[in-house]
Design a protein around this ligand. Structure first.
Ligand code: ATP
Ligand code: MG
Length: 566
């Protein structure tokens, strides 16, 4: 099955709107994601195939998901919680996480998933900002990360834990299993309005202190639309989104869009493991796969040979998000999977895919694609309180005309920070990009990461992509450092592929390679080798941290930094 041609001109979301069917002008994400399918006779179809770390499998049908989420909603109601209350989850990718998300939404409450690998501080700050009333977690995570300060969160009323409670250590926790078992599997979905808050998602914290973006039920319209249009999700598609729901991708396209489109969704509890991933695609016959550059670069690092024994013929569409997708990665995927990864661009704030290489579109390796139907994107420059639109080939800030359904409605408790995003009728993304003569958008870098060297503007992505073309380089992070004569000089941090030695000769070779491709002004003056680059939990290189460390400046907010601690 392929993407159908749809006329998006009149109302780009008309088809999605027509598909959703909650009566009386009400709209509820969970109802649209699961109950609607049961109502229409699809209850027996598989909603989720869960693959446990240890090899166990669990299949949940749409009817199972509907019943379980209703039980969860009843548990919340039985504890006196009400519409608008804030429910947090601190869980790995276990079925209960997905059920809690849907149950919370069904109950008309607001859901916030956190990465289970977060340390106590980032968890606490987010729960404070979000005025958490309920936390769903495991006894182990509770003991290690929550117990010490639980009583200091004044809003917190209920801690539900999955697994066996230790009466002494888990005082005040309620075991979820038994209360779910006795709760009714029927629940009348809360009659939420399209503008009622549904989810709070914290941004990745790549550029600074994370923001809590508030999303509403109306977002489901855009998830339904973009899931089909940009990811080619159609009923019964076997689909795998590798992102954790702690990152917006893992919710918008790891829960909502796929379920609304009635796909068979694969959820893998385990972290990245090359051979596990390849065999999952082969064994489960994955058709649509949504992943991220950091994972793709890890695959590349292991070489194409590891992939050879596997049968990838089930794959029909590959997409990537989260960071710029290096052209090298697109070419590599064509060789290994027989098709390109389709890059797409969006943010926690936008709630859904904004710029994309749509199915069937010619992929220009290194480009993020074109604006989605119904989305107006521009390249702009500030002029006081107004914006000037720039022309083809000019570098400016990537801006969007607000008005699509999944756009954030607020940064929680940060009105001023939110207001600053909107200027002259545009939403400013904070990213720099250019548009070519065919209307394709090319990512240049975060506005904060742009390097000015000897009168040239250098986007780190361009330099990183050139370094990655060298056979020795697995990953690269590029920053600008202050320099008296040049203003800034370009410095590169690289990790190496197996079989290469970090020595002076290689350093020289890499600088030479970059100079040849980029010219002396733009190419890195210094190349250093690292075992790893600092990354966020969502897999983004934290260039600001490389720079702060280099300059001996404060590290700033590193609450989302990935560490070995689990
Ligand atoms: P914070 O806003 O807290 O600094 P963040 O911007 O990394 O964190 P997210 O909302 O998870 O948080 O990420 C959105 C950003 O990721 C985009 O603004 C962009 O910089 C980057 N990004 C996402 N997709 C792409 C892509 N396809 N190409 C280039 N960059 C991308
Ligand atoms: Mg951001």
């Amino acid at each position: 099955m392929t993407n159908r041609a749809i006329d998006y001109d009149a109302d780009p979301w008309a088809e999605a709107r027509a598909m959703l069917d909650m009566p009386g002008g009400m709209l509820n994400i969970a109802y649209e994601a699961v109950d609607r399918h049961v109502m229409h006779g699809h209850g027996d179809e598989t909603a989720m195939l869960w693959l446990g770390k240890g090899g166990d499998r669990q299949e949940l049908s749409y009817a199972d998901m509907a019943r379980q989420s209703s039980r969860f909603a009843n548990v919340l109601a039985a504890h006196g919680l009400a519409s608008g209350d804030s429910v947090f989850a601190l869980l790995g990718r276990v079925p209960e996480l997905y059920i809690a998300a849907l149950g919370t939404l069904k109950a008309g409450m607001v859901f916030t998933p956190l990465f289970s690998a977060f340390g106590p501080d980032p968890i606490r700050t987010r729960m404070e900002i979000g005025a958490a009333k309920v936390l769903v977690t495991t006894p182990d995570l509770y003991k290690r990360k929550i117990a010490a300060w639980r009583d200091e969160i004044g809003t917190l009323k209920l801690v539900l834990v999955i697994g066996v409670i230790d009466e002494d250590a888990d005082e005040g926790c309620v075991a979820l299993g038994p209360v779910m078992a006795t709760a009714s599997p029927d629940f009348d979905t809360a009659p939420t309005r399209p503008e009622d808050p549904a989810l709070i998602h914290f941004t990745s914290g790549t550029t600074g202190r994370p923001k809590g973006a508030v999303h509403v039920h109306e977002a489901v319209l855009y998830h339904a639309f973009s899931g089909q249009c940009a990811l080619d999700l159609t009923p019964e598609t076997t689909y795998w989104c590798t992102a954790d729901p702690g990152w917006v991708t893992g919710t918008s396209y790891g829960i909502i869009a796929p379920l609304v489109q009635r796909v068979k969704m694969i959820v893998d509890e385990a972290e990245f493991d090359l051979e596990r991933w390849y065999s999952t695609i082969e064994r489960e016959k994955i058709e649509v796969w949504y992943s991220a550059p950091t994972a793709i670069r890890m695959m590349m690092r292991s070489g194409a040979d590891v992939a050879k024994p596997y049968d990838f013929s089930s794959l029909r569409f590959l997409a990537s998000v989260g960071e710029p997708l290096n052209p090298e990665a697109v070419v590599w995927s064509e060789n290994v999977f027989g098709q390109s990864f389709h890059d797409n661009w969006w943010q926690t704030e936008t709630g859904g895919i904004m710029i994309a290489n749509l199915p069937g579109m010619t992929v220009k390796p290194g480009s993020m694609g074109k604006p989605m139907p119904g989305i107006e994107a521009g390249i702009v420059e500030r002029e006081g309180n107004t914006l000037k639109e720039l022309g083809t080939g000019e570098i400016g800030e990537l801006a969007l005309r607000p008005g699509w359904p999944s756009m954030m409605r607020a940064y929680l408790n940060e009105q001023a920070r939110y207001d600053k995003c909107f200027v002259d009728g545009w939403y400013l993304s904070g990213d720099l990009a250019t548009r070519d003569e065919d209307g394709y958008f090319w990512f240049v870098g975060r506005a904060d990461d742009l390097i000015k060297t000897s009168g040239h503007l250098v986007g780190p992505f361009e330099v990183e992509s050139v370094l990655i073309e060298h056979p020795a380089v697995a990953e690269a992070g590029v920053i600008g450092l202050p320099d008296e004569t040049a203003g800034e000089i370009v410095k590169a941090y690289v990790t190496l592929n197996p079989g290469f030695t970090a020595d002076v000769a290689l350093e020289r070779a890499l600088r030479g390679h970059a100079r040849k491709r980029l010219g002396p002004a733009v190419s890195p003056r210094v190349v250093v080798f690292r075992e790893n680059l600092p990354k966020t939990r969502s897999g983004k290189i934290m260039r600001r941290l490389l720079k702060a460390r280099e300059l001996g400046l404060p590290e700033g907010d590193i609450s989302t930094l990935e560490t070995d601690e689990k």
